[in-house]
Design a protein around this ligand. Structure first.
Ligand code: SF4
Length: 213
């Protein structure tokens, strides 16, 4: 529908303009294939690459293109058969990678990124350590302002993740975050990136598609 395309363009342009004012790099791609090609063009083969868990990256085909055969220093926390200790070592290694690639749970039109983590590896990688941090996010992650972005992250992404992992936490019954005290709580760390520091160390790659949650 023409109006939807027009509105999406306005949202994307507003968000990119706000992000750039806050020292992020920002780009927008129409398709998942374009987003994947963009990443392939800017990430050097010799770079060490860490990743945060992300349905979005899965959906754009990132893990099919980025792996150790193609990128020898890809830090694979998903390799089959590795022990929990090895996985943790690789997650720590990713915190000082040349490039850290992830998604986030929400982006405000005013230029803030919101992430909610269970254990903090993604929040850690996105805030300090890796020289270049790249966030890939679908248009569905864009919210009006910071309050709306926090609400989207808590009441949509966190709840969807609970449903995905069938945690039985209160939100899986109510459909909204109850800020529970469950021992099984999977959303323990909320990070807000207000600005990119150092300047242009974070690229936000927006995709004109609904991706992840
Ligand atoms: S804090 Fe509890 S209720 Fe809220 S989303 Fe997380 S697990 Fe669900």
């Amino acid at each position: 529908m023409k109006e939807k395309l027009l509105l999406d363009s306005i949202l994307l342009e507003n968000t990119m303009a706000s992000l750039k004012k806050k020292n992020y790099e920002a780009a927008c791609m129409d398709t998942c294939q374009d987003a994947l090609q963009y990443l392939a063009d800017i990430i050097p083969r010799e770079a060490s690459i860490g990743v945060g868990g992300s349905r979005t990256l899965d959906q754009i085909g990132f893990f099919g293109a980025f792996h150790r055969d193609a990128y020898p220093h890809f830090i694979d926390r998903y390799e089959k058969g590795i022990s929990p200790e090895t996985k943790r070592e690789r997650e720590i290694q990713a915190l000082s990678a040349d490039v850290f690639v992830s998604s986030c749970n929400a982006i405000s039109q005013t230029g803030e990124l919101v992430l909610i983590d269970g254990g903090g590896n993604r929040c850690g990688g996105m805030t300090f350590g890796p020289k270049k941090r790249i966030v890939v996010a679908g248009i569905n992650k864009i919210a009006l302002d910071l309050a709306a972005a926090l609400s989207l992250a808590q009441n949509r992404a966190a709840v969807m993740n609970n449903l995905r992992f069938n945690t039985g936490n209160p939100c899986t019954a109510t459909g909204r975050c109850m800020n529970c005290a469950s021992t099984n709580r999977i959303c323990n760390i909320t990070t807000i990136l207000h600005r990119a520091i150092p300047a242009e160390s974070i690229l936000v790659l927006l995709v004109r598609k609904d991706l992840g949650f």
